[in-house]
Design a protein around this ligand. Sequence first.
Ligand code: PMP
Length: 388
Amino acid sequence: MAASYSAEARLAATAPFNFSAAAGPLPAPVIAQVAEACRDWRGQGSVLSLPFTGEACAALMVESRALLREILAIPDSHDILFLQGGASAQFGLVPLNLLGDNSEAAYLASGHWSRRAIAEAEKHCTVHVISDPTAPLDPDRCAYLHLTSNETADGLQLHELPQASVPMVADMTSDFLTRRIDWLRVDLAYAAMQKSIGVAGLTILVLRRELLGRARPGVPPVFDYRAQAAAGSRVNTPPVFAIFVTHAMLAWIADQGGLGPLEAAVVRRSEHVYTVLDAHPGTFHVPAPRERRSRTSLCFGGPGPGGNEACIAAAAARGILGLAGHPQAGGLRAAIYAGTSEAAVDRLCDFLADFADRRPEPQNARHSRESGNPCLLNDGSPLSRGRR
Ligand code: PMP
């Protein structure tokens, strides 16, 4: 017993921590549960071949919805859909499902991912691009307002979601399950699960039932919100394994005390990192305005030319992976999601402080502000489009 504990403790002390924004870590007990279920789940055999037509899968989906409803306090006015296609599919499916007879929608441009959503929506309607989320909108013309609650590439987060005069749609892919949601304000929230509470393959939609039934003719039933709602997200084979992983994550979150402690942990962990970064202004720079700093996508710049690369290499040597910024934004980035542990953040903070302290003084004095920081992004500034 003692031997296996120390082996586990040693592994925890030396295992790499990945801070990539692309996919979030799952806590060890969740991974263990998933591994076990790959052999057998509830006497049904491997979860990898759980038939979606059976009672066990139906129960899995019912339980997952119930857990999510409880954790996020989702009222009965909203339905929960389990879809495929990632968040990117929703960039096109939101307009196809919500425009109804309207031909205009408002989009808040706040960074890389909102611009991707805008580019897709422009294929289906007139996009009214806004920079102020509280801007008044005409409900007779505008079908909905779309915003990105957390700009993963830019490190910018909307800490308070606006009260809109039209239905509000939020891409919450990189801050879902890390914050409370006011469902009186949010009519549709969507999030791909690979970051916060699961693996790739599942996109969750939480949407006001009143919005169902507005799909444009020709939308395939698998992507028609009303058809999926009517079929309990089983118009065709749902992503069973990805749903199972999310179910395990939701049960783990419930065991930890629900959203309150989780939200507090994400705030505490991100503040820990920002405190270290701010304490070393000669080495690091956080471009996001303080009031919009993301709690889940922490974007920053390292020292001078070559400094980001040096930081990434030194971090990797200490078992800290995935610190490279978004390919188009450059700089450095550390993602903190629901499954990111205290131990991971502690190791990151120790490393960042150490990295800054080891830099020779004269160079420290020449801050990256002078040499040009590749991570500098202005709130709302247009980012080039293209590959992720
Ligand atoms: N929206 C946001 C805010 C994202 O961060 C991402 C992925 N980084 C996406 C959409 C696209 O997600 P997917 O790859 O699942 O399509």
